[in-house]
Design a protein around this ligand. Structure first.
Ligand SMILES: NC(=O)c1ccc[n+]([C@@H]2O[C@H](COP(=O)([O-])OP(=O)(O)OC[C@H]3O[C@@H](n4cnc5c(N)ncnc54)[C@H](O)[C@@H]3O)[C@@H](O)[C@H]2O)c1
Length: 257
């Protein structure tokens, strides 16, 4: 899909990858809606890209419903919806219930609820594009965070299911799975995660370039870091060997931390 004149909503648009997507989509000629929990941040990005801002907590079904209704009334039918907002809570096996629930709501249920709100109308119109930002953690794992690993795997699984179920009925689906990206999320991570990911981290603008190229080609899996394809291949070919390798990496990082 080409983005010129398309109505494109980006959640988590006030910062990092979401902000880069808003700016890049606007440069491609899209009419951008910058949605974020942080309204002042969304307004500032909307001013940069000539878009409109809307405050949304993607963890709330009512907020997502209000976002979709607002855009359809004020801007027009939604052509592209990017479920990008996400959180990265740390947490081992003792992670409390409320942390799991919030991670599920923000990283996974937001994608499911957005699709529930958007797909019926997209099917009627015979077109629409859902871009779900998961993570390489959704294909591999996330050291030190069970909620992140699990919710991002769920996001990948849901995007695959959407593509299988509706992809031949005019609805395009892409799932974006970056490794480290230099954003406030990565900068604010625990030291072992930063030590692991920062050396190979890319800029948010590079992720936006990969997303626009992936959308033009209508590729399901968008991997801004090409090495992730090889890493997932190693995991698929021998999971026991992959788990041993990840255990060694986790112990090494613990020793350095
Ligand atoms: N940075 C990385 O290394 C990396 C790697 C892989 C995947 N990702 C994913 O990319 C996405 C964007 O991350 P980022 O690195 O740009 O993070 P970021 O922290 O820079 O930006 C996230 C934005 O989402 C907003 N947000 C958080 N919770 C929200 C909610 N409940 N409702 C609405 N907005 C909310 C924040 O206010 C912020 O503006 C996330 O889904 C993240 O998991 C990031």
């Amino acid at each position: 899909m080409q983005l010129n004149q398309r109505v494109a909503v980006v959640t988590g648009g006030a910062s990092g990858i979401g902000r880069a997507l808003c700016l890049r989509f606007a440069a491609e000629g899209a009419r951008v809606v910058v949605s974020d929990l942080n309204l002042a941040g969304a307004e500032s990005v909307a001013a940069e890209c000539g878009g409109v801002a809307f405050r949304t907590d993607v963890g709330s079904e009512a907020d997502l419903r209000a976002l979709v209704a607002h855009v359809e009334q004020r801007v027009g039918p939604i052509d592209v919806f990017v479920s990008n907002a996400g959180i990265a809570p740390g947490g081992l096996v003792e992670t409390p219930e409320e942390v799991w629930e919030r991670a599920m709501d923000v990283n996974l249920m937001s994608h499911i609820r957005a699709a529930r709100l958007l797909v019926p109308d997209m099917l009627r119109r015979g077109q629409g594009y859902l871009v779900n930002v998961a993570s390489a953690a959704g294909l591999l794992t996330q050291l030190g965070s069970a909620p992140y690993a699990v919710t991002k795997h769920g996001a990948v699984a849901f995007a695959e299911w959407l593509a299988v179920t509706y992809g031949d009925r005019g609805i395009r689906v892409s799932c974006v799975c970056p490794l480290g990206v230099r954003t406030p999320m990565l900068e604010g991570s625990d030291d072992p995660i930063k030590a692991l990911l920062l050396p190979e981290a890319i800029d948010a603008a590079q992720v936006a370039d990969a997303v626009v190229a992936g959308m033009a080609a209508e590729t399901f899996l968008i991997l801004p870091h090409p090495q992730v394809r090889e890493m997932t291949g190693r995991k698929e070919s021998d999971r026991d060997r992959w788990i041993s390798g990840m255990q060694r990496l986790a112990r090494r990082l613990e020793g350095e931390g």
